[in-house]
Design a protein around this ligand. Structure first.
Ligand code: SF4
Ligand code: SF4
Length: 340
């Protein structure tokens, strides 16, 4: 069902939503960017539609709204453990995100819900979330969603497009539909926007296999990559975390266990007992990341992990392009097959 919201009905809609949901959307943080005098656009709770940034890509993805950067798993004393009181929000979360990110949500579900036992903490926040897809009028810099087939998704509760001072909405969720009607939204035929082309295209060769691990293409990243891990933290589909025990007392018997986002690109990620580690070279880490994103996840879950949002390219301080890395795979496969 389609609706148009003007300024007055949009304000009423938002106030109706706030009774039922915490609302998370990309918002501008002035001078919070990674370079001096730049803003950050990242997820936060919003109190007005005016706060939502529609015309720029968020540097960080929606991921942090359901997969917290640092999350206490339990508290412990000498003989007890206790789950935190706050593992689930008191109201549902309504999360505004792009089409590619909605595909990214499916990848998070693959990893946390369909990859062995369900992850208890992820599931609690995931089950209490509904999703609003924000249409893209034009492709943003570095996006390659069309090549990855993630430029459109129907798996939303509500779609929203901003057109001057109006909002064009489609709705598939009866609760949100009632809130829209109460807010005085006018019915209309609406087709959600999505992009059909990007400036960047990628080609994943049909014959891609793990044999490409022996190609020389990975060597350049030994020098270029500085192992900062930014590419993992902005990625809507990176899911690794590490565990940290925080002790409150000097005897080390009272404290909390947290899980904290981790990065396969940084030093220490592969450290093991006895002081061993593997993938010491940065090119090896890049190889691992690229092949997980465009080969090995698909083998298990049927879809490429990368959704082509381009955020890793946007954020890399060394201008390493993930889409270029993908496009080098065809020649890399020729190189390794000619060596056979
Ligand atoms: S690998 Fe890069 S382009 Fe692909 S989903 Fe992650 S951040 Fe987006
Ligand atoms: S953001 Fe760039 S430099 Fe940093 S770890 Fe990723 S590829 Fe390497």
């Amino acid at each position: 069902m389609g609706f148009i919201l003007d300024k007055i009905s949009a304000d009423k809609f938002l106030s109706g939503l706030k009774d039922e949901y915490y609302i998370f959307a990309p918002k501008r943080f002035e001078l919070g960017g990674i370079y001096s005098d730049t803003d950050a656009i990242r997820y936060s709770e919003i109190n007005s539609f005016d706060e939502i940034v529609f015309d720029e890509k968020s540097q960080y993805s929606f991921k942090e709204t359901i997969l917290q950067i640092s999350q206490t798993i339990f508290y412990f004393t000498e003989d007890q453990i206790k789950e935190p009181n706050f593992t689930c929000r008191q109201k549902k979360a309504l999360i505004f995100l792009r089409n590619c990110d909605l595909h990214g949500l499916k990848r998070l579900d693959d990893m946390y819900l369909n990859n062995g036992p369900e992850d208890y903490y992820y599931k609690k926040l995931r089950d209490a979330a509904e999703f609003v897809v924000m249409g893209c009028e034009n492709s943003f810099e570095n996006c390659f969603c069309v090549s990855m087939g993630t430029n459109q998704s129907d798996a939303y509760d509500l779609s929203i497009d901003k057109q001057e001072d109006k909002y064009l909405i489609t709705c598939k969720n009866s609760k949100l539909n009632n809130i829209l009607l109460k807010a005085g939204a006018s019915s209309s035929d609406v087709v959600p926007k999505f992009v059909t082309s990007n400036n960047i295209q990628v080609n994943i060769p049909d014959n891609l296999s793990n044999d490409v691990a022996t190609s020389k293409i990975w060597d350049e990243y030994d020098v270029r990559c500085i192992a900062c891990g930014r590419c993992n933290f902005v990625c809507p589909t990176c899911t690794c975390f590490t565990m940290q025990d925080i002790f409150y007392t000097e005897n080390g018997k009272v404290g909390e266990r947290r899980r904290v986002w981790a990065s396969c690109m940084i030093d220490g990620f592969t450290d093991m007992a006895g002081g061993h580690s593997y993938r010491v070279k940065k090119g090896q880490r890049m190889r691992y990341k690229v092949l997980h994103k465009v080969l090995n996840h698909k083998k298990r879950h049927g879809e490429q992990m990368c959704v082509g949002c381009g955020r890793c390219d946007d954020i890399c301080p060394e201008y390493i392009s993930f889409s270029n890395s993908i496009n080098k795979l065809e020649n890399a496969m020729k190189e390794v097959t000619s060596n056979e």
